[in-house]
Design a protein around this ligand. Sequence first.
Ligand code: SF4
Length: 376
Amino acid sequence: MTGGLYIHIPFCRQACHYCDFHFAISLNHKAEMLQAMEKEMERNAGFFEGSLLRTLYFGGGTPSVLKSNEIEKLLATARKNFGIEPNVEITLEANPDDLTKDYCKAVHDLGINRLSIGVQSFDDNDLKWMNRIHNAEQALSAIENSKLVGFDNINIDLIFGVPGSHDERWLNNIKTALNLDVQHISTYSLTVEEGTPLKKLIQKGKMQNPEDALSERQYVLMMDKLETAGWEHYEISNFCKPGLYSRHNTSYWQGIPYLGIGPSAHSFKDGKRRWNAKNNSWYIRAITEGTACFEEETLTPANKANEMLMTGLRTRWGADLDKILSATGIDIQKAGLPKIEELLAERLIYKEGPILRVTSKGKLFADYTASQLFVV
Ligand code: SF4
């Protein structure tokens, strides 16, 4: 058994309009937060029961708001409390405006071997619309700086379906990404989440609602261009050069145990899922006082089967109905037969032995497709 460690850095310099992740824009309590996170790692030193970490992931928020010596300290605490595989993948999510050449070199020297850069677009109009803190030029130099200091495993995030962003602009984003010679692209449709500034601005009529037709068209354009360029579309939102999957995210989809550190972070082990408080001061207080900072649930066989269906159908490896049967005792083949036949007839899925996979058309509706087969 192996494991993954996720460290959530709940700070950002500026709030992007569309974002519903957990973060604060004041860095006032950064020192206490980092201390609490170190304590949380110490408290959970036995979590992996001797198994080695194959991945370590700094996510957020914006982990690159941390100075390199702060990251160094978190890494040292992780190394002290958990066994780590020698060829561990260590990812740092970073915003382009933080990635100066000096910063890139400093984090590379610490052993960070993968960067995930929040580019979102190479067009200043899109970036302004999203209220991103960086501009297109900074995105380009961030990637350049990363490569100069030796990073050879770089992901960039891109958002499609931005109102006002015509297909030509989107195609230019894809072309730029391909020319930059990065290894991985995570791509998300712009969605309007409850409680975000974007939702409020749309309600006030100050911003336009994203259109499904635009998102669908741009997603199809993306699939077409990247697959033609030889990239693997290995998960609904993720593309990579052959074989260069994100090991950390792949572990989530394969049910490998992971421990989440920091407010709002999730953990999973032995069929149990837990999630930390989504409030910075509450989290710091709970850790300092030694009380529980999370809630927990045990997955029922039905929860587990549905999750295996959902994650399987989103990936190139598909949902293996035999594996679901042996892991949960639930026979989707039998229980969901009429639905499976319907989805096959609609050409949303195809079947190879016990494995269901989504077709190209089905990739547009993978979550819907999985939900049609859910057991209760
Ligand atoms: S998208 Fe990233 S940088 Fe923007 S507010 Fe959300 S977490 Fe922070």
